[in-house]
Design a protein around this ligand. Structure first.
Ligand SMILES: [Zn+2]
Length: 397
């Protein structure tokens, strides 16, 4: 197992502006970097009056270099870098140094070079001193000796402190890449498992509902002798299909879609799909007839079944159950209101030409029955056909 080094905490102060107030808290009695000649120091002092020179240093308040270890080294490329005079010669930072030194960063604001990996991956937080520390704290600016063998950039690159930091950086990068790759694979695999599992559950519920089988039993857990058809068939299918069983076992236990809420939600989705199919078919017909009847369910709620009868383009008669609604009132006004709501939200009432109910006065009454209220609501007479509790044969009128 690879260890990820912790970032250098003292360099995480990214919200401090590189101002005089920020640098004023730094020590003022430190010596200039060992690799920095006095002439350069004077130049630096001229242009960077507030420049700190301690191990806590400038890097913590320089905002135009990488501000976290997840960033890449900040390698600003300029057409011309500021020149510093060394006697009769002028020297400056060079962009092509980035090619050889991947860790190299350059601060435009401070005209100084820093080491990305030593700033973020150096072991411990103690100042090791020496020229290498310059790349972590105040920034390296001795351009005259920057590329001299064993000094400047090369000297830092070959230092033990830097090598350890560089190694820690690459180990951390490798861990990040592996971690992201594994996370991606796990995610895509889990998504595929989830999709296959939900598709199986949805199809199982569709099959049971289409065959009018009760989903739930008296003991709802997998393997129980008293469970309903839903879990019983799951148990059977998992025993026959090992791949399906492994997929089911990979599903988080808090989203198995086996609760009655999930089952009802899936049933509702299937219902909406079936209802839309009926609406589409009825919309092809020039007229239709509505049929409705009520019955009390086991929860003592009066349900009204609403069916649509229509003739398709092949002159074939169809009767389709389009909705079941729980009646709030058993009075004609309440029933008519619920019936009209079903029709208006599905197939509309503009093509309604006939209605068919039982002979009870609340439904078929010619003065205040549902049939009269429906005719009044749609603004025209809608033919009534009453059935006296006889079984309706397909095609009958
Ligand atoms: Zn370094």
């Amino acid at each position: 197992m690879l260890e990820r080094p912790e970032p250098n905490e003292q360099l995480l102060q990214t919200d401090v502006a590189p101002s005089a107030s920020a640098s004023s808290s730094l020590c003022s009695n430190a010596h200039p970097p060992t690799d920095m000649p006095s002439s350069v120091d004077q130049t630096a002092t001229k242009h960077h009056q507030q420049r700190p020179t301690t191990c806590e240093g400038l890097a913590s308040v320089v905002v135009d270099i990488a501000q976290s270890k997840i960033s890449s080294p900040s390698q600003s490329k300029l057409a011309c870098y500021p020149k510093t005079q060394y006697g009769k010669q002028c020297r400056s930072f060079q962009a092509h140094w980035y090619t050889k030194y991947k860790w190299l960063e350059y601060s435009i604001q401070h005209d100084a070079a820093f080491c990305f990996c030593c700033r973020w991956f150096k072991a411990g937080t103690q100042c090791s001193g020496g020229a290498s520390e310059t790349f972590v704290t105040v920034g390296y600016r001795n351009w005259q000796k920057a590329v001299q063998p064993g000094r400047g950039l090369e000297g830092h690159d070959q230092s033990n402190v830097h090598k350890q930091s560089f190694h820690a950086w690459k180990v951390w990068e490798y861990g990040e890449q592996i971690g992201k790759s594994v996370a991606h694979q796990l995610s895509s695999t889990q998504i595929a498992h989830n999709s296959a599992y939900v598709a199986y559950v949805a199809d199982l519920i569709r099959f049971l509902v289409a065959n009018e089988k009760a989903l739930r039993g008296t003991s709802e857990f997998l393997g129980s002798d008293s469970s309903g058809f839903f879990l019983s068939m799951m148990d059977r299918d998992f025993g026959r299909d090992q791949k399906l069983r492994l997929i089911a076992e990979s599903i988080p236990r808090n989203c198995t879609y086996a609760s009655h809420d999930s089952q009802n939600e899936l049933i509702s989705m299937w219902f909406q799909l079936v209802q839309q199919e009926i609406i589409d078919r009825v919309s092809q017909a020039s007229m239709y007839c509505v049929m409705a009847d009520e019955t009390r369910n086991k929860n003592n709620v009066e349900d009204m079944c609403v069916c649509i009868r229509f003739i398709d383009s092949k002159f074939e008669a169809h009767e389709m159950l389009i909705d079941i609604v729980a009646l709030e009132s058993l009075r004609a006004e309440g029933i008519a209101k619920d019936l009209l709501r079903v029709l208006e939200t599905t197939v509309g009432t503009s093509r309604l030409v006939a209605q068919s109910y039982d002979g009870a006065s609340v439904m078929s009454g010619c003065k205040g029955g549902v049939q009269k209220l429906v005719s009044d609501a749609v603004g025209r007479h809608v033919i009534l056909h009453s059935l006296f509790c006889t079984q309706i044969a397909p095609g009958s009128t």
